[in-house]
Write a protein that binds this ligand. Structure first.
Ligand SMILES: Nc1nc2c(c(=O)[nH]1)N[C@H]1C(S)=C(S)[C@@H](COP(=O)(O)O)O[C@H]1N2
Ligand SMILES: [Mo]
Length: 529
């Protein structure tokens, strides 16, 4: 290679790299943080092909790492962004080299723009929304080319090379800033996000505020207010303890970038082994009912004293109404979703299920399955399929997304009492937390302050209500809070907590890690005086 050629390959690959960066930025400008963003399919591909053990490590161990939620997902997103940028930069390089061979000054600009568009369309399937990538890449090359010929129109002198590189850097920077601003607003419009409950997605932005047609109140708002007021009254008054309705509902899913569905485009089809197949639009579904229920969810990957367990008030339709219409013939169901997630479980569990389209009086937030998700009482979170689009009735069992990766998370939850809060005052120590046993219900929580030798009964919050009437019935699938205050023994001691469910079964003492069937064991904490 001659020194002249070397001199050109360096700057050319640098400009190609900048074009790749600008194409990613441009894609973000038009698509926002949605599946049409060019990084999204790459991130999804990585999650779905990564070895099971790595995915498990990312979820269980890196789920919350160094105090950062979804750390594993952030790493995946960073890797996907790097790979996508490298791919687009590589293609830009080829387009630049080919373009310079052509006898037209602007050929590299056109070729880079066109190739960025083609790659983005291939990855995302979006013709219009991929134009941002084309413009981003083309602008960088255009500015670099113009800068290079400023002053001396032909030669590849040192100074023209310098100007080309500087032009590329400056324009990539400009495209980046503009894209950031545009992309934030493009992350809507169907997205109803965290604004309802404040819970975000990995990395933060998962869309902008609610749009006009997806943000109306959902369910009878007087009923919502009554339910929430009742939950408030039943919440134990313990400093620092989360209420009976969660402030910040946990989020677990296989996506870096969640589906961004519009209620008006959504349908649910019921297929397979049924007497009568059926398809429901959002309006048809919501016309079938607007019941509100308190439901607790817990992820099978939750550590014994982890935080992947929360409760909220959901609005929706009992699935039995749909099953009455389609009349299932098979004993199993596969729920499928817009993110290609799928989970299978017995129809028996589905019959008690709920299709939720609202949460706490608003539409379902994007992060939690907008517009519709399943809630299956008493079962691990994973079969509570979000963004659900299909219910296929099967004659025999099949494996779901997580079961193919070795988990056993389609069954009922384990019983757990968690210890999340300790307060000290006037020579006393107060310990408190939440306990959950799915539809079995929590009957009793006991606390030991001598490492498990002797036990005292904790105070329990009243069960959350199943209705707003006077019937006094309890929600079938909700947690309770517990609290226990004792004399400060004035030395280091170990507090142990255990729950008993309403069938009289004590939470098992044997310690198991979350993989594959959910954590077991008693939570214990060492407390200094
Ligand atoms: N479509 C879809 N639904 C999904 C998932 C997913 O990855 N995709 N994750 C499941 C898992 S593992 C859990 S624990 C719950 C979590 O629900 P949340 O994010 O609303 O808390 O959603 C379930 N539903
Ligand atoms: Mo989960």
């Amino acid at each position: 290679m001659t020194s002249n050629r070397l001199q050109r390959v360096g700057p050319t690959s640098f400009v190609a790299f900048l074009a790749g960066v600008a194409a990613v930025a441009g894609s973000y400008a038009t698509a926002g943080f949605t599946p049409a963003f060019v990084v999204a399919p790459v991130a999804a591909f990585l999650t779905r092909t990564v070895p099971d053990a790595v995915l498990r490590f990312a979820i269980v161990t890196l789920g919350t790492f160094a105090g950062i939620d979804h750390f594993g997902q952030l790493l995946n997103l960073a890797l996907a962004t790097g790979l996508t940028t490298a791919l687009l930069a590589g293609v830009s390089f080829l387009a630049l080299v080919a373009g310079r061979r052509l006898d037209a000054r602007l050929a590299p600009v056109g070729l880079v723009g066109a190739s960025m568009w083609v790659v983005t369309v291939v990855l995302t399937g979006q013709l219009m929304l991929s134009l941002g990538a084309a413009v981003g890449g083309a602008v960088v090359v255009l500015v670099a080319e113009l800068a290079a010929v400023m002053g001396e129109p032909s030669a590849a002198t040192d100074s023209s090379v310098r100007r080309r590189v500087l032009g590329g850097v400056a324009s990539a920077f400009g495209v980046g800033i503009l894209s950031y601003l545009f992309g934030r607003s493009a992350s809507g419009p169907a997205a109803v996000t965290s604004s309802v409950d404040g819970s975000g997605t990995p990395g933060g932005p998962d869309g902008s505020g609610p749009s006009s047609n997806d943000s109306q109140s959902v369910g009878d708002s007087t009923v919502t207010q009554e339910y929430l007021a009742e939950a408030e009254r039943r919440t134990l008054d313990v400093d620092g303890l989360e209420g009976l309705v969660s402030d910040d509902f946990y989020q677990v899913d296989i996506n870096n970038i969640d589906p961004n569905l519009r209620a008006s485009d959504w349908t649910l089809s019921v297929t397979g082994s049924v007497e009568q197949e059926a398809t429901y639009t959002y309006d048809e579904l919501t016309a079938m009912g607007d019941e509100q229920r308190f439901v607790t969810l817990r992820c099978v990957s939750d550590k014994i004293n982890g935080t992947l367990m929360d409760t909220d008030l959901w609005t929706g339709v009992p699935i039995s109404r749909i099953l009455d219409e389609v009349n299932p013939q098979g004993a199993f169901v596969m729920l499928r979703a817009a993110d290609d997630y799928f989970e299978e479980f017995p129809v028996e569990a589905l019959e008690d299920g709920f299709l939720a389209y609202g949460k706490r009086g608003g539409p379902l937030p994007r992060a939690h399955g907008h517009p519709v998700r399943a809630l299956i009482p008493g079962h691990w979170g994973e079969i509570n399929v979000k963004w659900v689009t299909e219910m296929e009735i099967l004659d025999g069992p099949e494996k779901g997304f997580w079961e193919r990766r070795g988990w056993h998370g389609t069954g009922p939850v384990n019983t757990v009492a968690k210890l999340h809060t300790t307060n000290r005052r006037d020579g006393q120590i107060q310990a408190a937390g939440h306990a959950y046993a799915g539809t079995r219900g929590i009957e009793r929580v006991e606390v030991s302050i001598d490492g498990g030798e002797t036990w005292a009964d904790a105070t329990l919050s009243d069960r959350l209500p199943a209705g707003t009437d006077e019937s006094g019935e309890a929600a079938e699938d909700a947690w309770r809070q517990w609290e226990h205050t004792y004399e400060n023994p004035g030395r280091r001691h170990t507090v142990v907590v255990r729950a008993t469910d309403s069938t009289g079964t004590l939470q098992p003492r044997e310690e198991e890690s979350p993989f594959p069937s959910g954590a077991t064991g008693w939570v214990s904490k060492t407390i200094s005086p």
